[in-house]
Design a binder for this molecule. Sequence first.
Ligand code: UDP
Ligand code: MG
Length: 327
Amino acid sequence: MDTPILTIVVPCYNEEAVLEESSKRLRAVLAQVCQENLASYSSTILFVDDGSSDRTWEIIDRYIQEYREITGLKLSRNFSHQNALIAGIETARPYSDCVITIDADLQDDVNAIRKFLLKYHEGYDIVYGVRDKRETDTFFKRNTALLFYGMMKKLGVKMVPNHADFRLLDRRVLDEFVKYQEENIFLRGMIPLLGFKSTEVYYNRAERFAGESKYPLKKMLNLAIDGLTSFSITPIRMVTYLGGLVAGIGFLIGVYALAQYIFGHAVTGWTSMIISIWMIGGLQLIATGIIGEYVGKIFKETKHRPRYTIEKRLLEFGSEAFEKKAL
Ligand code: UDP
Ligand code: MG
């Protein structure tokens, strides 16, 4: 097999604090895998600036001038982690044999990249990076993540547990991936749907070495809800079942009440009435909310808006990769 051209896609949102160290480590790993003939010397690192408001792009721009293996993409505003990844993957696809995505804070072990490539050479099309332990995550993050994975599994969404967006995809997978033009993409749910031969590589997740998490609770919740409703209609079905159950109970209560009335000892039951009004009201609200969630999705999908906008594209046009596979 020819040595593959690898592109390492790195989404960055306000990452000025980590970029120097991250680019150093990534370049070192890239140099090593090239030396071992696991990847071609035309391989590059593609930083995707997801509309940062700090000096992130300035730094990336400087690295692009300085190092031939570094390239960059600047999105016109903050489009979210998932969309930044997609922008990077789609940009890299025409000139890459495989793409590895990794977070800028390098909480994922860069040394796993070499293991990913070894698996690639064994013939795997997808390699998932899976966290061995989550000790370095906060108690809260660990448990909410556990809850989320558990729920997704119950709802029938195939996902690799403890795998975030650290993975290798080869050319065949990329070609299939770009055919999925849906607006709400949740990569972790999407990739397993593609099929292909896949495997896992385990690593220890480190702490963020600088800067702060760009995933506050609100973004995490949004990702979880999006992930769930983009891949599963089980919540809607559950509401239907629940509605059936409540209606059934209501019918029984009706029969009972009628009997009481007929036998002449109907009591004016204020308590039971008020309880049922509130209960039914609550259930209806939940049902409406869930349906609204899906209607919102449809609304978004029908617009077919682009998932991201690239403001600037600085790729290494002098490199072999581009000469060989001119864009
Ligand atoms: N990120 C991004 N856009 C966003 C939020 C985050 O591109 O709107 C990037 C961020 O720069 C990092 C990765 O997504 O490279 C993961 O974010 P972070 O490490 O803050 O999340 P955590 O590890 O805390 O879940
Ligand atoms: Mg992180």
